[in-house]
Write a protein that binds this ligand. Structure first.
Ligand code: ABC
Ligand code: CA
Length: 488
């Protein structure tokens, strides 16, 4: 599938090992142990109703290829980022047939499969003590355990990344540390490049993959990516872990899309407390929008992922959480929600943020399950009302209270506040008639509650509320499926 096919999608990200098992066992999974907990591709396949019923139509899974076995200084390779063999699958997650069955099951529901992949590094264990440390990295590592790049000459000369402001360092030195060095592939070597290109071409075909999430994109020279992307032949979004929009946007010239880290940093600040800086978010969004250009519409927009503390590790104020969750679904990019947010998981950083989901019982009566269903519903209603929603930049509309902001995008107006749920302050947003979103005296419906207010005689809408919840306003005519009964 192409970038165009993806722009209207909504992605649910899982850590394969932690999302669902395929037996009926629900063993405890101690995240601190950093061990495999038993989630599988079959487990995901069996839980597609759960994902689809929340309104998602795409699933991003952990890297699928063979990883180092056994225990390292940082536990087992349950997350899938420690590649040892690109030509095999990680058998902890199932068989090739299981993965093909997941892909087919998704497609029969008109859903897409996104697979996480790593190019930048491979992992070789220490030759003298496979479970121990590598004091002098490159020389002690047993490269013969890696397929296909089984000699030291396939990798950049050993050095750990020392200066993140030095791009050569970032590209050619190694990630990881002495306890677990990530051997940095020599992606300047033509033969190596060709091998990786044919690998991705075959992988996408073998498992009928619709899109890729590419790991550590900024750690590989930029001009590696266009050829790789062409070989893959499907949409790819890249992880460029930095808050600087100009730097991150640079990679949209070489791959379809980037994960929207610049806005993420501001998003978690803005709604992390009731005194968060909303204008820092709106000005970053404006700056990033300019830097991204058209790729803003396919940037991966997220509130949580497997590398960062869960949002609810910072605040469990439901109003703040609901505001923060709403952003990715209505701003410019493709929304990505990390599994477990809907169940209210609160894990801090890696490894605490990779909780097993089975203890939750996949309870669909949780408040955030309803919230995310409404968010996906709002997005679909907006697209149905005007498909230009997916190619129209969000535009902020000035508000008077600093605890609020609002933007329009296509047929909707999104209203945010960080006053929080315990404040009794009334908040007022104004959607001026000049936006032309609502006709004179038309009902303006908040899709998140299916309540409405009437526009005035000019089409101006004034919304006043307490309780700190966000609002997604659409004209009544656009909400018949998401809000069959609209209350005044
Ligand atoms: C393991 C343990 C951890 C332990 C760690 C040392 O080793 O599990 O508990 O702390 C995988 C696994 C991890 C594992 C690592 C290393 O491998 O998932 O559990 O950690 O073995 C991607 C993936 C990530 C994956 C890898 C490796 C890469 O999403 O899940 O990790 O395949 C860098 C990379 C980024 C990478 C990230 C982990 O490291 O760029 O691609 N993520 C600065 C740098 C960033 C850097 C970041 C973190 O630090 O600029 O490049 O990310 O070290 C902001 C700035 C940012 C700054 C942050 C910290 O502050 O704007 O630039 O980021 O203000
Ligand atoms: Ca590199």
């Amino acid at each position: 599938a192409s970038a165009d096919d993806w722009r209207g999608r909504s992605i649910y990200q899982v850590v394969t090992d932690r999302f669902a098992r395929d037996d009926n066992q629900t063993p405890a999974c101690n995240t601190t142990d950093r061990k495999y907990c038993g989630g599988t591709w079959k487990g995901i396949t069996n839980r597609l109703d759960y994902i689809q019923n929340m309104g998602f139509d795409s699933v991003w899974i952990s890297p699928i290829v063979g990883n180092v076995e056994g225990t390292t200084a940082y536990g087992e390779a349950y997350h899938g980022y420690w590649t040892s063999n690109i030509n095999t699958l990680n058998s902890h997650f199932g068989t090739a047939d299981d993965l093909k069955a997941l892909s087919a099951a998704l497609h029969s529901r008109k859903m897409y499969l996104m697979v996480d992949i790593v190019v930048n590094h491979f992992v070789a264990l220490n030759s003298t003590s496979p479970t121990g440390t590598a004091e002098t990295p490159a020389s002690n590592l047993d490269f013969s355990t890696i397929t296909p790049f089984n000699t030291v000459s396939s990798y950049h000369p050993f050095c750990f990344i020392n200066d993140y402001n030095n791009q050569t360092d970032v590209e050619q030195c190694w990630l990881g540390d002495v306890n677990l060095p990530l051997a940095d592939l020599n992606t300047e070597d033509t033969e190596t490049v060709n091998t990786m290109n044919s690998w991705i071409n075959k992988l996408v075909k073998d498992y009928d993959i619709d899109g890729l999430r590419i790991d550590t994109v900024k750690h590989v020279r930029k001009d590696f990516w266009p050829g790789f992307k062409q070989a893959a032949g499907v949409f790819a979004t890249g992880e460029v872990l930095l808050g600087d929009p100009e730097y991150v946007a640079g990679y949209t010239k070489v791959i379809d899309s980037v994960l929207d880290y610049p806005n993420w940093y501001q998003l978690i600040e803005a709604f992390g407390t009731t005194s968060g800086n909303l204008s820092a978010l709106t000005s970053m969004a404006t700056q990033a929008q300019k830097a991204y250009g058209d790729s803003a519409f396919v940037a991966g927009s997220f509130l949580e992922n497997h590398d960062q503390p869960r949002f609810q590790a910072t605040t469990t104020d439901m109003a703040l959480v609901k505001n923060a969750m709403a952003w990715p679904f209505v701003h410019d990019g493709i929304p990505i929600m990390y599994y477990g947010q809907e169940q209210g998981l609160t894990g801090k950083g890696d490894p605490d943020n990779r909780e097993a989901l089975w203890p939750s019982g996949y309870d669909t009566s949780k408040p955030l399950v309803a919230h995310v269903k409404s968010l996906n519903g709002a997005r679909k209603a907006a697209v149905a009302a005007n498909s230009a929603f997916l190619t129209t930049p969000a535009q902020f509309i000035p508000q008077t209270q600093i605890s609020t902001f609002a933007f329009t995008k296509g047929p909707l107006a999104a209203l945010f506040t960080n006053t929080g749920s315990s404040s009794s302050d009334k908040v007022t947003w104004t959607i001026p008639a000049s936006t032309k979103l609502f006709k004179a005296n038309e009902k303006a419906v908040d899709v998140l509650t299916c309540t409405s207010v009437d526009a005035d005689g000019d089409g101006k809408v004034t919304v006043t509320a307490e309780g700190g919840n966000p609002k997604i306003m659409l004209p009544a005519s656009a909400v018949t499926s998401v809000c069959p009964t609209v209350r005044a």
